[in-house]
Structures are given as C-alpha cells and as structure tokens.
Write a protein that binds this ligand. Structure first.
Ligand code: HEC
Ligand code: HEC
Length: 476
C-alpha cells in the first residue's frame, strides 16, 4: 500500500534533552564478550545507591550518577520478564509527549511552540517530542516540584487513566495539539545474533526481502529503516543503527547516565535548568559511565542467549507445528520471516510496515527523503521531530507515522503485553489488531476455523524466553 502523504516533518532530529557530544568509539567486532561479567553487574546495578556502586564498580567519579531525571534505577527494572534482559510490563512503559503535525500541519510554528512550552518547557522548534520522565533526583523541593509538574502535564490528558488507556491520547492546548504516547520495553534475547548479522551484510539480505515482498505480495511494502547514521536496526521503529548506540542512549535517556555520545536529559523544571534552545554544553562535562563500562553493557547484551521454541506435551508440540504451517499460509511469514539469513527462527524481516491508522503516533519513523537532506545525525530511542512551517512540509512515499519494524517473534510468549506500546493484552488481540499492510493476513486469520486460529496461537506460545535465564531470575 503505497501512499502519498503530505507529511510534516522533517528538519533535523535532535535529542529530547540531550545532544550529540562526539564520536562513539567502535565496539569490538569479534565474537568475544569483553568485560561481560562487569556488564551483567552494571545491567542489574541499582544506580540510586551510587556511593557503594562507585567504590565497587569504579563508576566515573565526576559524574552525577542517576538523573537529574530518570525512568528507573536500573536496566533490569524494565528489562526483566522471563529473566534478566527480558521485556517489561506496562509499568515499565516509557511515556512521551509529542507535538501533533498530522493530518493538519502546524499553521504557525512559533505560536505552536509557545503553546507547547506552556505544557512542557523543553519543547522547541528542533524538539517536537519530549520524554516525560517518571522521577527526578535533587533536593526535596526539586523532587516535589518535578512530581507536581509531571502530574500537571498528565492532568489534561486524564491523569493516571490516560496512562491506563495505553494508546495515544491527544489534547488541544490553544495553538498546538499534543499527544501522549507510550513505548513498551522490548526483550533483549538473541540481540548478539542480530548485531552479528547486521555487521556481516544484513542490509543486503533485508533489501532482498523487501524486493521479494514487492514482487510476490505487492500489498506489503517493507521499507529499510533509515537513521541519520545509516540503516536502522534497533527499537520499535528501528530508529537506531547499532546495538552500542542503543545501549548508550538507554543509559542517557532512561537513567540520566551521561555517556560519550549521549547527553543526559535536564530536569525541565529545576531552578538551575538552563533555558531551552541553549547550546549543548562542552564535552568535558563529566561522564557517569566510561566507554569501557558502555562496552561491558553491550557485551552483556550480546552474550544473552537466543530464545527457544519448545512445548511441554506431545499434543502441544504437534499443534505448534501445525500452527507454524498455518502461520505461513495466512501470510504472517511474509513479514515475520522465519529465518533472517543465517539467523534461524527469528520471525522478522526487520523492515518497516504501515500498520494502518490505529498505529499512528506523533513520533514518526524516519522517512527516507529526509535523510538525504539532513545535516544532523542524531536520533534517540524516542524520535524528535523538528517542527516546520507548511511550505517546508515534504511529501513522503510512505506514511512514517504509521510505520513500525516487524518485531522478532522469538520469545514472544514471554514479552507480554504486546505491540509497541503494550496495547494488546493477549497474543490473539495482537494478531487481531493488525491493520494496514497486514490487514489482509489478519482477515485470513479471522476467517480461519477456531481450531486453526488456536493452532497459530499455540505456535506463538511455543516461542519462549531462554529457559536458563528464566530459571536464574526465579532463583533456586
Ligand atoms: C524505563 C524502562 C527502561 C529502562 C530502565 C531501560 N530500558 Fe531499554 N528499552 C525500554 C523501551 C521502552 C525500549 C523500546 C524503545 C523504543 O523502541 O522506542 C527499550 C529498548 C532497548 C534496546 C533495543 C532492543 C531492540 O531489540 O531493538 C536496548 C538494546 C536496550 N533497551 C538496552 C537497555 C539498557 C542497556 C538499559 C540500561 C542502561 C536499558 N535498556 C534500560 C525500556 C527501558
Ligand atoms: C505487513 C507485515 C506483517 C504481517 C503480514 C503480520 N505482521 Fe505481525 N506485526 C507486524 C508489525 C509491524 C508489528 C508491530 C506493531 C507494533 O509495534 O505496534 C507486529 C506485531 C506482531 C505481534 C506482537 C509482537 C510483540 O512483540 O508485541 C504478534 C504476536 C504478531 N505480529 C503476529 C502476527 C501473526 C500471527 C500474523 C499473521 C496473522 C502477523 N503478525 C502478520 C507486521 C506484520
């Protein structure tokens, strides 16, 4: 489904509250996992208790540790289901606030920004998306001020119930419409294989899959994700190019740990918070983690085992096998490609697909045409859209606001809830919600017999987190 859309974008992307501070050192390219034990500890370390941590782990002494704003005290606080490194529940969802630019482009950008800044002071023309962090560190007054600010932002959207709704909620504020939306925590199992595949020519294979889709299933138009730094692989919208860059941005955005390449977000309402639109501070600002520690974290994630495909009983094994055939028959495997080159059983093409209106989100997947004109190179786990006046709005061949990367289905049983924001409570709901390019296959699923539908679900349920990790997480 190729759509021509008038689409407001695009200018440069920049970090929500961060800026790109310099070149990121290349991670080692061999199969070894340098400092993997240290990485495992850092992944589970509670950064709210930095005093001991600094002594034990030699964390950068000059940094300010967790915060000033953050979403959780450790990586494992979110990545935990089915074991250390797994997915997150709804409570671990990340909340973002974005300026709505579609279907109606902003008439007057300065006015829209002024209106948006009354709600969140960090909005600017370069920065149309903000992460609404959960917590702040600081004096008791600063923490109280931040909490009050957060509640004040949420209130017009319906407060806590806006978050329970999960799907994006829009509200008008004078000259601007803002959208509150969420991201569910992805599992990290098997990412070492994906990263190796990426480095060893994965892009050529993705391009071949996209061509085959265009020839054999013309209603499916997989697009190679773009970022300012090369093809995208990681995140729900494949918005970041490498595992190492995602790890670093997660340190900064989720936990407020400044690392080389990614600044930590400022507390938008701290008395000391600099005015928005400020120049990024100089590089010698102190890091919270060293490059070696970032490498250790990436190593640990690369070392995580791949998910398994298992069933307990002979009956369920046979049903799962039957379901896997039906999965192909109804067209699921056109996008959820079982084997990505030599990465077997991943069930993803790692391409972007338009999933229909219900999947629209103010944070766009990065359109191709924008990239060639781009002068900046930064992306975050949560996109930032530059707000442009109507005459600069570009046409894009696809609708990037509805595009999502086909998520690998390996381990899917243990990554409840489902879809990018966790809107699907069951696997069946997730399948039934498929629209856009996937509508045809969802319709075929619905018209299958109850037994056949159940076989497909049983197949999905056989795709599990690595058993060993789950056992470790539960303890003896
Ligand atoms: C507040 C919850 C939260 C915390 C804390 C958190 N993450 Fe995540 N993580 C997420 C979410 C949500 C996503 C999906 C983001 C997206 O795609 O928009 C994600 C995605 C990722 C991905 C990309 C996975 C993929 O398949 O594309 C990596 C890698 C990652 N996180 C690593 C980390 C590391 C390392 C830490 C600790 C420094 C961390 N995360 C802390 C919520 C969290
Ligand atoms: C056009 C490509 C396409 C087709 C065809 C397709 N899917 Fe998907 N699927 C996706 C995308 C993209 C997402 C992610 C949507 C999101 O993040 O909101 C997804 C998400 C899912 C999820 C949730 C995964 C998670 O981690 O949350 C499941 C389960 C799933 N698909 C199963 C199926 C089944 C079963 C079929 C066949 C009936 C199917 N899909 C057909 C593209 C496709």
């Amino acid at each position: 489904m190729l759509r021509r859309m008038a689409f407001l974008v695009l200018g440069s992307l920049s970090l929500a509250a961060s800026s790109f501070g310099g070149s990121i050192p290349r991670p080692p390219s061999d199969d070894s996992f340098p400092r993997v034990d240290e990485g495992r500890e850092l992944f589970s370390l509670n950064f709210a208790r930095p005093t001991d941590a600094r002594l034990d782990h030699g964390l950068e002494k000059q940094g300010n540790g967790l915060g000033p704003v953050f979403n959780a005290v450790s990586c494992v606080a979110c990545h935990k289901q089915g074991g250390v490194g797994g997915s997150g529940d709804l409570e671990a969802n990340v909340i973002t606030l974005g300026v709505v630019t579609r279907p109606v482009p902003l008439a007057n950008v300065p006015k829209a920004v002024a209106a948006a800044r009354k709600i969140h002071p960090a909005f600017s023309e370069q920065s149309g998306i903000q992460v609404l962090h959960q917590f702040a560190v600081g004096t008791p007054e600063e923490v109280a001020t931040f909490d009050a600010f957060r509640n004040h932002v949420l209130e017009p959207f319906g407060g806590a119930s806006a978050l329970e709704a999960i799907q994006p909620v829009r509200r008008e504020f004078g000259d601007v419409t803002l959208e509150l939306s969420q991201r569910n925590t992805t599992p990290l199992w098997g990412l070492g294989l994906i990263e190796k595949f990426r480095k060893e020519g994965g892009d050529a294979i993705r391009a071949r899959i996209a061509r085959e889709q265009a020839e054999k299933t013309p209603w499916i138009t997989g697009r190679i994700p773009a970022t300012g730094n090369g093809p995208g692989w990681y995140g729900w919208r494949a918005q970041l190019p490498t595992l190492d860059s995602f790890v670093r941005s997660a340190c900064a955005i989720e936990m407020g740990l400044k690392v080389a390449g990614f600044d930590e977000p400022a507390n938008p309402v701290a008395a000391t918070a600099p005015a928005t639109g400020r120049k990024p501070r100089k590089r010698q600002q102190q890091y919270d983690l060293t490059d070696e520690q970032c490498t250790a974290l990436t190593s640990f994630i690369r070392s995580l085992p791949r998910p398994e495909a298992v069933e307990e009983s002979d009956y369920r094994r046979a049903e799962a096998h039957r379901g896997s055939k039906l999965f192909k028959k109804v067209g699921c495997a056109d996008c959820h490609v079982p084997d990505l080159g030599w990465v077997s059983g991943v069930y993803s093409d790692m391409l972007l697909h338009d999933m229909g209106d219900a999947f629209s989100d103010a944070q766009t997947a990065m359109p191709d045409r924008f990239i060639s004109r781009s002068t900046t190179t930064i992306v975050t786990p949560y996109y930032n859209v530059t707000l442009v006046s109507p005459e600069r709005v570009m046409e894009t061949p696809t609708n990037p606001q509805q595009e999502w990367k086909t998520p690998p289905l390996w381990g899917v049983r243990d990554s409840y809830p489902y879809m990018h924001d966790g809107r699907a409570a069951t696997l069946r709901d997730a399948v039934l919600m498929h629209g856009g390019e996937a509508e045809r296959s969802a319709v075929m699923f619905k018209s299958a017999t109850a037994e056949d539908q159940q076989a497909i679900i049983t197949f999905l349920e056989s795709l599990r987190a690595p058993a060993q990790e789950a056992a470790l997480a539960k303890g003896p």
